[in-house]
Design a protein around this ligand. Structure first.
Ligand SMILES: [Fe+2]
Ligand SMILES: [Fe+2]
Length: 139
């Protein structure tokens, strides 16, 4: 069962950021599904590593666009990204140390880990981001 469903109201109006948000939601849902299957440590570690790398690149893009747009909440938003990266590092570390406990913690915190930031800080970026980015796909 999907933990987070994409809805059109989540669109921020920046194609690159919206695409990455959709992709991250898909990855989080895939990870959540994997956590509910019989334990497969390597599969979970691989999905976690991919999520960590992709969300880190996503935060860098958002921070660049916020800087370019002169967004007033930039510093608080950037600090929340740092906090989220610290948390995913801790979740990965805990899973590696103790997969059973780590899996329980991931199942109970994963959707909030992304969802609270996404529906709070990110939602306030709606219509605020500069569209000029080389990563934006032509459509
Ligand atoms: Fe975001
Ligand atoms: Fe963000």
């Amino acid at each position: 069962m999907a933990q987070i469903e994409w809805r059109d109201e989540f669109s921020l109006g920046n194609a690159a950021v919206d695409e990455e948000h959709k992709q991250l939601i898909t990855q989080i849902n895939q990870l959540y599904d994997q956590l509910s299957l019989p334990m497969d440590v390597l599969a979970i570690e691989s999905l976690l590593a991919e999520l960590q790398a992709d969300i880190s690149a996503h935060f860098a893009l958002e921070e660049l666009l916020m800087e370019q747009s002169g967004f007033a909440e930039y510093e608080a938003h950037r600090q929340d990204h740092e906090r989220l990266l610290d948390e995913i590092n801790d979740l990965i570390f805990q899973f590696e140390e103790d997969p059973e406990e780590g899996r329980k913690r991931l199942k109970s915190t994963l959707s909030d880990w992304f969802g609270i930031h996404f529906t709070g800080f990110d939602a306030r970026l709606h219509g605020q981001l500069d569209q000029a980015t080389g990563r934006q796909k032509a459509s």
